[in-house]
Design a protein around this ligand. Structure first.
Ligand code: CO8
Length: 257
């Protein structure tokens, strides 16, 4: 596929995906979803890639869904466009490898929903976060009403969802919406450093820990624990033995893939 909205770089086991429509502050149009679905499939089929990073080009991460494309939609078209985005961001969540959001600037509306589809987020101190849909007489449509309360708790989520107010990186850190804030010029180095830490770990363990945490989160505690015990056990005949032997022999583990 020829990419026009996204830029993809595959290097050193990392897929770096940049949303590149700076003239519209990287607003998400239908082409974005087509390309993102394709990237997710391509990266998922490439065993050499261990971490995916999503960021934006210019002063925005993503300033929302493309308002110009949405303005005259019918209710049916609106619902269909909502489901399209929900599916794409859910596919991100379901990727086997960790997905890190490198939030370089505005993450608003659909942009914050994209960021929340990532497994965790590192922000530039200049980043701004918000769900401003109510200012447009709309509500979030890419699972923002569902992921935001799960990530930050109901009261902080409803504060953001009902006021539409933008918050800065420090407030985003305080409520747990992002996991770290760094100076803008340090953002990509920091995110790549974190990606490399993940890449140095047992690759199957990393995939399984994401799967069990995410699957268990949407199940009961008992079901989650049962899944954990099963996957914990499965690591003994995989890379767990090598990892534990390496520890006891005071050497670096040699992972199989
Ligand atoms: N859609 C389309 N174009 C956009 C968007 C957007 N979301 N955001 C910015 N742009 C465009 C502007 O229109 C402008 O274009 P032009 O130069 O042609 O006039 C260009 O990007 C630059 O923007 P500004 O001049 O406004 O830049 P400022 O630095 O002055 O302001 C802001 C930056 C504050 C980020 C401002 O651009 C803004 O408020 N943008 C809109 C933010 C917003 O409301 N986002 C939420 C959109 S709704 C949404 O995401 C719903 C998701 C669920 C959809 C479900 C599907 C049905």
């Amino acid at each position: 596929m020829n990419y026009s909205v996204l830029e993809i770089e595959l290097k050193d086991h990392i897929a770096l995906v940049k949303v590149n429509r700076p003239e519209a502050l990287n607003a998400l149009n239908s082409r974005f979803f087509e390309e993102m679905d394709n990237v997710i499939a391509e990266v998922s089929a490439n065993p050499d890639i261990k971490v995916m990073i999503i960021t934006g080009v210019g002063k925005a991460f993503v300033a929302g869904a493309d308002i110009a494309e949405m303005v005259h939609m019918t209710p049916e078209q609106g619902s269909a466009f909502s489901k399209l985005g929900q599916n794409t961001f859910y596919s991100l969540e379901k990727m086997e490898i960790p997905v890190i959001g490198a939030i370089n600037g505005f993450a608003l509306g659909g942009g914050l929903e994209l960021a929340m589809g990532c497994d965790f987020r590192i922000a530039s101190s200049k980043a701004r976060f918000g769900q401003p849909e109510v200012s447009l007489g709309m509500i979030p449509g890419y699972a923002g009403t569902q992921r935001l309360p799960r990530l930050v708790g109901m009261a902080d989520a409803l504060y953001m969802l009902t006021t539409g107010e933008m918050i800065g990186a420090d407030d985003a850190l305080r409520i747990g919406l992002v996991q770290k804030v760094v100076e803008p010029e340090e953002l990509m180095d920091e995110v790549i450093k974190i990606a490399r830490i993940i890449i140095s770990k047992g690759p199957e363990a990393v995939k399984k820990v994401k799967y069990v945490a995410r699957k268990g989160y949407n199940s009961t505690f008992e079901e989650g624990n049962a899944l954990e015990a099963e996957y914990f056990g499965s690591q003994f005949k995989d890379e767990g033995e090598e990892g534990m032997e390496a520890f006891l022999q005071k050497r670096k583990p040699k992972w199989q893939n």
